[in-house]
Design a protein around this ligand. Structure first.
Ligand code: ATP
Ligand code: MG
Length: 569
């Protein structure tokens, strides 16, 4: 492509809301433009990169045996009512009515549509397993669209759905997708990790998020430096305590006057004790029922773990009225003794004895509280947020924290949708059984943005070769000089013939301007045609990533570039 003919509005200006490097660079490099909040247009350069990612995904999905479909974006309310999500999905689901007053939504994801398609098309075990995927536009009315196409409202997603006859089959389908995803993100040239993620009530480690590692990432992940364990913070497990028994004699219970002392910091300051000696009693409303969660003062409750442990849908901190009802005291003095609520406790409580706790009486706390002796705990479980000092739950190794960008997600759905929507098949014995499903998503635009987060410098984007919109840019330093433009033209034509994706910067601009643009848009190789080198029949090649320069004779340039492109470097 000739630069002079391209729609490639590069620039230095960035909108004030562009905090992330990727967002700024995508705008500066003329890849995207905002239409309205969370809704972006892709310009030619940006769309080429999108197509590269899509192509890699298509090849790997096809290789894994998935088949491509293309489903509607507009979806009727009835399907969502069947699955129950019309009520549960909340405001991210954009709903509207047509002229006949029928209700619809814009698809944020396609479980309902695909389940409907498959339940009507698959009747017997002989037609299973199947995996169908599409690359298509989703709409999610995100509360706070930000970071450009990283978290927007309209975005391209690859979503795949597998249907199996049983759990064992679903496990194989899941593994295939897991491996396909590893190949996809490796081929994109990204530094990524699959991390275990919460799978809600389905249980097990049947969900992985694919994280592109970047300090600017929204998600915190932890990983072990000794084994393969990696999880997001919500999911990260903490091994139970080695010993169950408190290791000291239980002292007599004692009530202490603590006027106006409510928070853990206030309690510690007032009683001159460490946070480890205090037990926090948090009262939650779990599907409307009060539950007291006990945890050592220096730990944080992980609400996802509490929700999974209780198997409830809604979990919120209890309102003041509920706290008063179960403790007979205002907020800030809750404790386990005499509370009228189920009590569950974090594993950390198993080793805690003679601790300090709220007295369920305004302005009072208790000293020397001992679980077991003073109150009964319904169950102990892992209910807290992991810390960097915790050992790896698998091997005891060191846990490290890092930040990442979630670009993909693989999830074992089980029979959630097939049951709700009656996606059944007949097994070998003619018995009706539910299909076992999995779903697998990749955000296309987010993957591109994440690639930029990981691959840029002060001058602009540094594309990994497999995602680069073009591989080579040829820059004659002065197009008015015929010998320079003719030499540039010659290399351009022969590279085009060889199928290399190449830009000829034929603009009548100063060399400095052209170099800046080439760096900004991140083209992996630049060939500079200048008078000094050309006089000797040579040109300069420069690698964007390293700044490495090679002066080659014109006849060598082509082979040099082709070799590198073939090697993907
Ligand atoms: P997040 O927690 O970031 O909101 P999610 O869990 O809602 O993501 P999924 O429903 O698993 O995401 O969607 C699959 C993929 O789609 C994600 O891994 C991500 O790459 C992409 N994605 C999700 N929401 C957005 C968005 N608002 N903008 C761009 N990409 C998105
Ligand atoms: Mg989301």
């Amino acid at each position: 492509m000739r630069y002079s003919e391209m729609f490639l509005p590069t620039g230095r200006e960035v909108p004030s809301d562009a905090e992330l490097a990727s967002h700024q660079l995508m705008i500066r490099a003329g890849m995207i433009r905002k239409l309205t909040s969370g809704i972006y247009s892709y310009l030619p350069l940006g769309y080429r990169v999108i197509r590269k990612v899509e192509q890699i995904i298509r090849e790997e999905m096809n290789r894994a045996g998935a088949q491509e479909v293309f489903l509607p974006m507009v979806q009727p309310a009835e399907l969502w009512q069947e699955s129950g999500r019309w009520v549960h999905y909340g405001k991210e689901l954009l709903r509207f009515r047509d002229r006949h007053d029928r209700e619809y939504c814009l698809g944020p994801t396609h479980e309902e549509v695909i389940t409907d398609l498959v339940r009507n098309g698959i009747k017997t075990y002989r037609q299973l397993p199947r995996n169908l995927y599409q690359i298509q536009t989703k709409f999610r009315d995100e509360i706070r669209p930000r970071f450009g196409v990283m978290r927007c409202r309209e975005f391209g997603m690859k979503d795949a759905y597998s249907f199996d006859a049983d759990e064992a089959g679903a496990e194989i389908s899941y593994r295939k997708m897991f491996e396909a995803y590893n190949r996809i993100f490796t081929r994109c040239g990204l530094n990524f990790r699959p991390v275990e993620a919460d799978s809600g009530s389905i249980g097990g480690s049947y969900s992985h998020e694919y994280m592109v590692m970047a300090d600017s990432g929204e998600d915190a992940v932890c990983f072990c430096n000794a084994c393969q364990y990696a999880a997001n913070l919500e999911k990260a497990e903490i091994a139970g305590p080695a010993g169950d028994q408190p290791s000291g004699p239980a002292l007599p219970l004692e009530e202490v006057h603590t006027p106006g002392v409510r928070t853990i910091e206030e309690v510690c300051a007032y009683l001159q004790v460490a946070q480890q000696e205090v037990v926090k009693t948090l009262i939650f409303s779990a599907d409307g029922e009060p539950v007291a969660v006990l945890i050592r003062g220096d730990h944080e409750v992980n609400e996802t773990k509490v929700r999974n442990h209780l198997g409830c849908d809604a979990l919120d901190l209890a309102p003041d009225e509920m706290i008063f009802k179960v403790t007979r005291s205002p907020r800030g003095f809750a404790g386990a003794i005499g509370i009228k609520a189920r009590i569950i406790a974090d594993y950390s409580l198993k080793e805690t004895y003679n601790c300090i706790m709220g007295a369920n009486r305004e302005d009072y706390h208790l000293r020397n509280v001992n679980p077991g002796r003073d109150f009964k705990v319904e169950g102990y479980a892992d209910l807290r947020v992991i810390r960097e000092t915790d050992p790896c739950p698998r091997c005891g190794g060191e846990i490290h924290f890092a930040r990442g960008i979630e670009v993909g997600h693989v999830f074992k759905l089980g029979t959630k949708y097939s049951k709700a929507m009656k996606a059944a098949y007949l097994d070998q014995n003619g018995r009706e059984r539910m299909m076992v499903m999995g779903c697998y998503g990749i955000g296309i635009g987010r993957t591109v943005a994440a690639a930029i987060e990981q691959n840029h410098d002060a001058d602009g984007i540094v594309w990994p070769l497999p995602l680069a919109p073009y591989h080579v840019i040829i820059t004659p330093v002065n197009v008015k000089e015929r010998s320079l433009s003719e030499a540039a033209e010659g290399i351009y034509r022969s590279l085009l013939e060889k199928g290399v994706e190449v830009i000829l910067d034929d603009r009548d601009e100063r060399a400095g301007v052209k170099f800046k643009d080439a760096d900004l848009i991140g083209i992996p190789y630049r060939v500079t045609i200048g008078p000094k080198n050309l006089a000797e029949g040579k040109a300069e090649t420069r690698r964007r990533r390293t700044g490495e320069v090679a002066i080659l004779s014109l006849s060598e340039v082509e082979a040099f570039l082709m070799d590198r492109i073939r090697e993907g470097i």
